[in-house]
Design a protein around this ligand. Structure first.
Ligand code: WT7
Length: 688
């Protein structure tokens, strides 16, 4: 069955959701986008780019692919990315439209119209110029989710410099590695930001990072610009450190945006991968902005005059670059940005924010959705979510059950859910349904975006055809593709372009169903081989999540004497859905999952939602049987462990490698990229 290297796939999902007539009537996207893209791919992107962006100097060529894999899009055109995101909206008479509704974690808030945001960015651009930052220089940004993060990124872009945003949760070592790799001249940070009800300090980490290696190892950083946010005590290096508010108060308010060539580097964003030194993924200006604007408009059905859009991503990730900063602002959208975590100060915080601002488009990660499923629908049910009309998902496969829960409970049973597949490297969404056009299938990312050419190949590079699985590749260049790995062209070619000559290798398994729709199966490194069958983690996890007792599942292949590898599952149980207000049924009206996390040393506590210890074995047996019925005996887990938590990175991806260590009885490997470094102790204890 798997002799050709295909990934076997057996899970069936038959639910379908056609667009409503009402949605279709006002839809931004139309089916003819597919037809015009199919006729001439570069010409299609050229048309889109002219329509969506302002070019100071129009381009005459669309794509130069004469030296693959080094693409040039719109190479003789000139534009200014910040002008496209700001000034032109003001010039078009939309200066009073709200660009940012910012919500701080403690409940403070601020609003910026397009005119105000433009003004702030002009001042910040002058601050940067005054500090000697010029075109092509690199600026590291290490900030919480506050408006200054957006302002900084746009100010850097405005003067043709290059930003490298480092997620505020990264350590001083990680920050220093990124500063060194890009030779950054300036760091923009804050004293601290709010997270989980307290101030989490940032400036001390910058101080520590710049002194790593002592005087023998000076950094390239000349200045540190510090936003006051946390009001925590910080040290101050005279001459090096400068307060943002003082610099901004003194800055000139006039700044005219200069046009730069389309291939001007816009940003570097580091992506860790599973091993080795982080890769500095390089994105440039014109092609990137074209595709983020196009996808943001069509995939989220954006009506900029009326919609309120919210992506919950942090600017430290690619989603925060493409779908908080550049896509929405290029399109003149009104959006919400939120500083804190979903559970501060209470687990209804997201839904409260949606109600407060009347959010109509929500873009979130499956891990958050599954966490809310686990807590139970009585929490979102307390808020008015009727403003929502489009829901998006990104970051991991969204299991059909979580997809349906998202649509029903958050979307009131009517909103389209778009599952968007892409990567830091692709810069923008590559595979997704188009709301109002596509009939939706829960669990499938569905179809390539118009203008994107996706293939699923077997190990020899032959397309697998419908109803088969293999490796996902992008077969033609696309406007927002990475232009390289900063300072390492060989690694760029080696990592992405050598597996299948001339095609981009994404590292994800995928299958095509009978209709040719795409289902993502997880990272190729995570694929399991059981008795010669290649099974996908995503599929077995989806089967487990389709059981009414399961909120979240992670599956790994552990070495097994008879079958080569055996399926081992780690499962988080869902709160029992209450008829009353008490989710966990213990009469206190409180959710116990946090209590469980704090003392997750027994099976009962580990289940997190009141599963009595004697039920744990029975439930594990039931889940093994459930997978066997749904997928087939080959996929039946050898073991199912009921746990309180799963190991996740700060961006919400499950670290299956650590679970594999546990399942194979090895010492747990490197845990430094975990969001919660204690979590493996808790899981190990409940696994026993
Ligand atoms: C990897 C890229 C794209 C922004 C956030 C993550 C996984 C992403 C999906 C999806 C299945 C997905 C893939 C991909 N992934 N979206 N809709 N369905 N898997 O960016 O950190 O660069 O991670 O995330 O495995 O390769 P990233």
């Amino acid at each position: 069955m798997a002799a050709d290297g295909n990934i076997d796939n057996l899970l069936h999902e038959t639910r379908r959701f056609a667009p409503s007539e009402q949605f279709q009537a006002n839809a931004v996207a139309h089916a003819d986008l597919y037809d015009s893209a199919a006729k001439d791919l570069p010409a299609f992107w050229g048309d889109q780019s002219r329509e969506l962006l302002h070019w100071h100097t129009p381009f005459t060529t669309t794509l130069n692919w004469s030296n693959p894999p080094f693409a040039q899009w719109f190479e003789d055109g000139e534009l200014n990315v910040a002008y496209n995101c700001l000034d032109r909206h003001v010039e078009a008479g939309n200066g009073d439209r709200i660009a940012l509704n910012w919500e701080g974690e403690p409940g403070d808030s601020a609003t910026y119209t397009y005119a105000q945001l433009t003004q702030e960015v002009k001042k910040a651009a002058n601050v940067l110029l005054g500090l000697g930052v010029s075109r092509g220089d690199r600026v590291a940004i290490y900030l919480p989710m506050i408006p200054e993060a957006v302002i900084s990124m746009l100010a850097v872009a405005r003067i043709g410099a290059v930003h490298s945003v480092v997620f505020g949760g990264f350590s001083s070592e990680s920050l220093r590695a990124r500063i060194d790799d890009a030779a950054a001249k300036l760091v923009i940070t804050a004293d601290g930001g709010w997270r989980k009800g307290k101030v989490s300090a940032l400036k001390p980490a910058v101080d520590a990072s710049l002194t790593i290696g002592g005087e023998e190892n000076p950094s390239t950083v000349e200045h540190v610009l510090v936003v006051r946010r946390g009001e925590n005590d910080i040290d101050w290096a005279e001459g090096r450190d400068l307060w943002w508010h003082e610099q901004m108060a003194a800055a000139d308010t006039e700044h005219e945006a200069q046009p730069f060539p389309a291939e001007t580097p816009l940003f570097i964003l580091y992506t860790s991968g599973t091993t080795g030194k982080p890769k500095g993924i390089l994105h440039t200006s014109g092609g990137y902005l074209t595709q983020v604007a196009f996808t943001h408009k069509n995939i989220f059905d954006l009506h900029p005059e009326t919609d309120v859009y919210w992506s919950t991503a942090d600017v430290g990730w690619i989603t925060g670059h493409s779908y908080v900063v550049y896509g929405p602002l290029a399109n003149g959208a009104t959006q919400v940005i939120y500083e804190g975590t979903p559970d501060s100060p209470h687990t209804g915080r997201w839904w409260e924010i949606i109600q407060k601002y009347g959010v109509s488009i929500l873009y979130a990660a499956p891990t958050a959705i599954r966490t809310f499923m686990k807590l139970g629908r009585h929490i979102p049910d307390q808020y008015d979510l009727t403003s929502l009309r489009v829901l998006g998902s990104v970051g991991e496969p969204i299991n059909p059950e979580a997809w349906v829960w998202y649509r029903d409970v958050i979307g009131g049973g009517t909103t389209p859910v778009v599952d968007t597949w892409w990567q830091t490297e692709t810069g923008a969404i590559m595979v997704s349904a188009l709301p109002g056009v596509t009939t939706l299938k829960p669990g499938s990312a569905q179809v390539p975006v118009p203008g994107i050419h996706i293939e699923v190949l077997d190990d020899r590079g032959t397309p697998v055809g419908k109803n088969s699985g293999g490796l996902l590749v992008v077969a033609e260049p696309w406007p927002s593709m990475l232009r390289g790995i900063w300072g390492d062209p060989d690694r760029f070619v080696e990592t992405y372009w050598n597996t299948f000559a001339g095609k981009y290798f994404a590292g994800d398994g995928a299958r095509l169903d009978r209709d040719g729709d795409i289902w993502l199966l997880g990272r190729v490194d995570d694929v399991m081989n059981v008795s010669g069958h290649r099974l996908s983690t995503a599929e077995i996890e989806s089967s487990l999540v389709s059981h009414p007792r399961v909120a979240e599942a992670a599956v790994v292949g552990a070495s097994d004497e008879t079958t080569g590898q055996a399926v081992v599952a780690f499962v988080i149980v869902r709160s029992v859905e209450p008829d009353d207000d008490d989710a966990d049924g213990d009469g206190d009206g409180q959710d116990d999952s946090h209590a469980a996390r704090d003392n997750g040393t027994e099976a009962s506590a580990a289940s997190g939602s009141g599963t009595p210890p004697e039920d744990v074995d029975a439930l594990a047996q039931e889940l093994r049987a459930h997978v066997a019925t749904q997928i087939g005996a080959i996929a039946r887990p050898r073991q199912v462990f009921i746990v309180a938590e799963l190991p996740k990175t700060r961006s919400g991806k499950i670290m299956r490698r650590l679970l594999r260590d546990l399942a194979e009885g090895r010492e747990i490997g490197d845990t430094t990229t975990l969001a919660d470094t204690q979590v493996m102790t808790v899981i190990s204890a409940s696994v026993g």
